[in-house]
Design a protein around this ligand. Structure first.
Ligand code: ZN
Length: 118
């Protein structure tokens, strides 16, 4: 039985501050929880990790970047390693299963997969 899948784009506004050499504070102004949430993005010697639940779910993936890590990279690209805070926007694609608002899953990089499993 085919499952109807809709894709939805969501824009997240985040304020990125550099705390130290290897640590960033990322304040998500419109998080999926509906209120601002603050997370810490940290370099652990071989990769960037984040304190959010989304990252925790994917922590075994070597190169997983949650939207906060993505925001941090965007911020660094714009202002370098300056300690000034900067507001950045990250757009993510979400897979929404029709008729079931409960299962929303992030699609990495905002790209929808071409094939839908039956
Ligand atoms: Zn995160």
């Amino acid at each position: 039985m085919p499952v109807e899948v809709e894709y939805e784009e969501k824009k997240f506004t985040m304020v990125v501050y550099r705390i130290s050499e290897t640590e960033f504070s990322v304040l998500s102004l419109n998080s999926t929880f509906g209120r601002p949430k603050q997370y810490v993005v940290k370099w652990v010697g071989y990769k960037w990790i984040c304190s959010c639940p989304d990252y925790a779910k994917h922590s075994e993936e070597m190169h997983y970047a949650c939207k906060h890590i993505e925001a941090m990279f965007k911020a660094v690209k714009k202002i370098g390693w300056s300690k000034d805070g900067i507001e950045v926007e990250v757009v993510r694609g979400y897979k929404q299963f029709n008729g079931n608002g409960g299962s929303v899953e992030a699609v990495e990089g905002g790209v929808a997969p071409a094939d839908v499993t039956e």
